[in-house]
Design a binder for this molecule. Structure first.
Ligand code: KDG
Length: 312
């Protein structure tokens, strides 16, 4: 049974094989992603038991996602195969700035039909941690209620809950309750992991430290605010500090960096690191992911973490 569980949509990723625009690309490489899939792979590569709950279509893309997750050691025993809806996908175009543009094809996908009945209580009985993102509850009403059920079960079985809002403006624009929903889960989590800009988007322009302290005062155990390549500031009631990010010589692909950060942070805490140590591990994992093409492929294996990170 997994220690760390998560739920969300797995997406096939298509991207030009070289550094070309989508207009000019002749061939596209097939990979896969989805914030929570990326996260669960990270957790598994750190040597912890990860489980992903989601719904994929009964099609080659769905089988591809599930088989890759299995190969990565992620438990997929609670994944649903939906014969009525296709597996979603997104097409990624890398820009010369190192950023990427994403084109989503996920309307009416199997993943967006995940519902509370797909969230099984037995999965929560032996787990220690639930990780959620703000992507899943904005996919559909049934996904929103599935996340609510997962949070309620996590609380019932005393799991720690981490929450990365992962604000996706496309989804926000399609849901008039988006901000309210994204803020609702802040109150439910133990660790809140927003980016600086996400925090400003959710709560307005107050400086991020003031806002994070307010959130702590409302009962959240810890807040980690990520400032892109600069670093991250963490705070719990008795301690706060800024941890600089690791410098990276060449960025290949920034997509997935936040998921790697979340996995490194959660993994760090579960592996007994201090809060500061967990943030440092999170930076290390994110720095490895951005140097490799793909949403999660660069995430370090446990043996490399031991060799490169713990010996620093
Ligand atoms: O964080 C990376 C994700 O953005 C990517 O894997 C796709 O889940 C995805 C999304 O909704 O953007």
């Amino acid at each position: 049974m997994p220690d760390v569980i998560t739920l969300g949509e797995g997406l096939v990723v298509l991207e030009p094989s070289g550094q070309t625009s989508l207009d000019d690309a002749k061939t596209l490489v097939k990979r896969f992603g989805g914030a929570e899939c990326n996260f669960s792979i990270g957790i598994s590569r750190l040597g912890l038991r990860a489980g992903w709950m989601g719904s994929v279509g009964d099609d080659p893309f769905g089988r591809f996602i599930v088989s890759r997750l299995k190969k990565e050691g992620v438990d997929v025993s609670c994944v649903k195969c939906d014969a009525a809806h296709p597996t979603g996908l997104y097409v990624k175009e890398k820009l010369s700035s190192g950023e990427a543009r994403m084109y989503y094809y996920r309307k009416n996908s199997a993943g967006s039909h995940l519902s509370p009945k797909d969230i099984q209580e037995h999965y929560f009985c032996h787990a220690q941690w639930l990780h959620i993102t703000g992507i899943t509850p904005l996919l559909s009403e049934s996904c929103y209620t599935a996340v609510c059920k997962a949070v309620a079960l996590a609380k019932k079985h005393r799991l720690v809950i981490s929450y990365d809002p992962n604000v996706r403006m496309k989804l926000v624009k399609e849901n008039r309750n988006a901000k309210r929903i994204l803020r609702e889960f802040v109150r439910e989590c133990d660790y809140f992991l927003p980016g600086e800009e996400e925090l400003a988007f959710l709560y307005g322009g107050v400086d991020y430290k003031t806002q994070a302290r307010k959130i702590l005062a409302e009962g959240v155990r810890g807040v980690v605010v990520k400032s892109r390549s600069k670093g991250a500031w963490y705070a719990v009631t008795e301690e706060e500090d800024f941890v600089k990010a690791k410098k990276v010589k060449r960025v290949a692909d920034v997509i997935g960096a936040g998921d790697a950060f979340a996995a490194g942070f959660v993994g760090g805490i579960l592996l007994g690191r201090s809060l500061c140590g967990a943030v440092r591990l999170a930076h290390y994992c994110a720095s490895r992911v951005v140097q490799v093409h793909g949403d999660y492929e660069g995430f370090p294996l446990w043996k490399n973490v031991k060799k490169e990170f713990f010996r620093q």
